[in-house]
Design a protein around this ligand. Structure first.
Ligand SMILES: C[S@@+](CC[C@H](N)C(=O)[O-])C[C@H]1O[C@@H](n2cnc3c(N)ncnc32)[C@H](O)[C@@H]1O
Length: 236
């Protein structure tokens, strides 16, 4: 199944995540060569959830980020359209105070306007069939003055790292995937979607286009991933 096929069928994207749900987090940690937990720590710091705040984690998967925001004292809504990922999330974090798992689509969020202090999406936007629509929805449900944080794979900016990264993605990663993943095909999709994903300035422009202001980004691991942050205007 190619990315082109999946792009047309969100139901196949959710089915793919259903299949990988039980091994998803372990596979990520291995494939990122240990970088994923560092990127998660940076995302947590960027969201800076405060006690009592309402945080929406879109495309939350198994709730790995949601659990960190809940640890910071926020009331977290973890939304995803894969039942498999949500079930795994409930199994791991269902008992955690402060997290509610919700089935829903990022492009049609089932919340009133201005519900959340912060909305965030980690390694999810790239998988959404209409990412600009998802950003517009995140803007809609964020309170005036509230913030958005997007963490996502991005474009490597350091030429030396670029060479090593390309070699890893083309040769080593497929081997590692065969060893650790329950669904190697899903990780071909990962590679293809990363290659097709816009660079840092383009994603920043998408955030501005969705109505966020003071948009900034910074690279993680030389741009292998990037963190984008923006705010809803206070007068909105
Ligand atoms: C790579 S996982 C990321 C999960 C989690 N955010 C994390 O940091 O581990 C991508 C997630 O996006 C979800 N997803 C993709 N498109 C979606 C959509 N339109 N609405 C809701 N969830 C979606 C998938 O089901 C999957 O759980």
């Amino acid at each position: 199944m190619t990315k082109a096929d999946l792009e047309k069928r969100p139901s196949q994207v959710s089915a793919m995540f259903d299949r990988v749900s039980t091994h998803y987090d372990r596979t990520n940690d291995v494939l990122s060569l240990g970088a994923a937990p560092l990127w998660r720590r940076q995302t947590r710091l960027a969201v800076k959830a405060r006690p009592g705040e309402r945080v929406l984690d879109v495309a939350a998967g198994t709730g790995t980020m949601s659990a960190l925001f809940a640890e910071d004292g926020a009331k977290v809504t973890a939304l995803d359209f894969s039942h498999g990922m949500l079930e795994e999330g409930v199994r791991r974090h269902g008992g955690d105070a402060g997290i509610t798992f919700v089935h829903g689509d990022a492009t049609q969020l089932p919340f009133e306007d201005g519900t959340f202090d912060a909305t965030t999406i980690s390694f999810g936007l790239r998988n959404v069939q209409q990412p600009k629509l998802a950003l517009a929805e995140m803007r809609r449900v964020t309170k005036p003055g509230g913030r958005i944080v997007v963490s996502e794979f991005s474009t490597v900016t350091n030429p030396v790292v670029r060479v090593g990264y390309d070699v890893y993605m083309a040769t080593l990663m497929p081997l590692v995937v065969r060893l650790v993943s329950s669904d190697p095909e899903a990780y071909e999709y990962l590679h293809e979607t990363i290659q097709a994903w816009p660079d840092q300035p383009t994603l920043a422009a998408w955030l501005r286009g969705a109505g966020f202001e003071r948009v900034k980004y910074r690279n993680l691991s030389s741009g292998i991933a990037a963190l984008h942050k923006g705010f809803v205007p206070t007068g909105a």
